[in-house]
Design a binder for this molecule. Structure first.
Ligand code: GLU
Length: 308
């Protein structure tokens, strides 16, 4: 039997040289003030057993990890139709790039780059009609998969991103000009920023991802949140597009479906076994947690777990 707690202790020691490398995401000023030296890692197994190391109760901005939940939710509603609006190929470009979007006539490569996630938010807004209801439904979905009613968002981070979100507004405006945004740009982008500013701890995130490790059904509550096929798509998207233009690097070194956020969090899934969340705010050049990526690589090396 694998001693997960021992592995986590070893990882905490071995990532120390990486903890000072990288840079906190200060393009969202409210995130720039986060203590950069934090580290946490959590594992939740199918029977509910958990293992933690570091500040695993500290809540942080989940940022793009929220895209896993919005994509899952939109797939529930629109199924295959969704791919008329957003693709399913890696972009090979930075998360907030405008260039490819212009060439490809306003259809984003995948739901995890910013443009793709903005389109997904637009689809949810069309379905739920108001910005408040859309955000509430997204948050409710996260509360349900996390089995935790306390989850909320950070208004300061949300406002900070809105005040400095020129690039995301540009992406949304470009898509609107190509006819790929049905609602008002301001409404879509504000809702997008709001779900990015949801705060969760690694303990909560590792619990929330469990349904995706089990073909869409939470192995603890037995509730089905996605169909088997939808869960397969979300996992495939995490593997191929979950780390922007470093998705290949992540698959190569870690070998698990995963999704990062510029708040310093990363979630990953070991199918049929567990989900993992890690947090460390300093990012590598691709906008993914530097020590977090390293910790996940160490975890799959030490445990021998990977999808390959
Ligand atoms: N809210 C962030 C943005 O739109 C998300 C980016 C990320 O976490 O990778 O820039």
């Amino acid at each position: 039997m694998i001693d997960y707690q021992k592995i986590l202790f070893e990882i905490q020691e071995e990532i120390k040289p990486f903890m000072s490398q990288g840079k906190v995401a200060d393009y969202i000023p409210a995130l720039g003030g986060v203590d950069p030296d934090q580290f946490a890692m959590s594992i939740t197994l199918f029977d509910g057993t958990t293992y933690h190391i570091g500040c695993s109760d500290t809540k942080f901005s989940i940022q793009s990890i929220s895209k896993v939940f919005t994509f899952s939710k939109s797939l529930n509603i629109y199924s295959k139709e969704l791919y008329n609006r957003v693709g399913k190929e890696p972009s090979g470009n930075p998360f907030n790039s405008l260039v490819q979007l212009e060439y490809e006539k306003g259809k984003p490569r995948n739901p995890f780059i910013n443009a793709g996630a903005i389109v997904i938010t637009d689809t949810l807004l069309s379905h739920y009609k108001t910005t408040d209801d859309t955000f509430t439904k997204v948050l409710d979905f996260i509360k349900e998969v996390a089995d935790n009613k306390e989850i909320t968002y950070d208004e300061e981070v949300c406002l900070s991103e809105y005040r400095h979100g020129f690039r995301n507004l540009a992406l949304a405006n470009l898509m609107k000009s190509f006819g790929n945004l049905d609602n008002e740009v301001e409404d879509v982008v504000k809702t997008y920023f709001k779900h990015c500013s949801i705060t969760m701890s690694t303990k909560e995130l590792s619990r929330a991802m469990l349904f995706l490790a089990n073909h869409g059904t939470d192995p603890i509550s037995k509730r089905q949140f996605s169909t088997v096929n939808q869960a397969k798509r979300v996992n495939a998207m995490m593997l191929t597009c979950g780390h922007y233009d470093a998705s290949g690097e992540f698959a190569f070194h870690v070998g698990l479906p995963g999704k990062s956020g510029v708040g310093g969090g990363i979630v990953a899934v070991v199918p049929k076994l567990m989900s993992i969340a890690v947090f460390s705010p300093r990012l590598n050049v691709w906008g993914n947690s530097l020590a977090g990526t390293q910790a996940l690589e160490l975890f799959t090396q030490k445990s021998g777990l990977s999808i390959f």
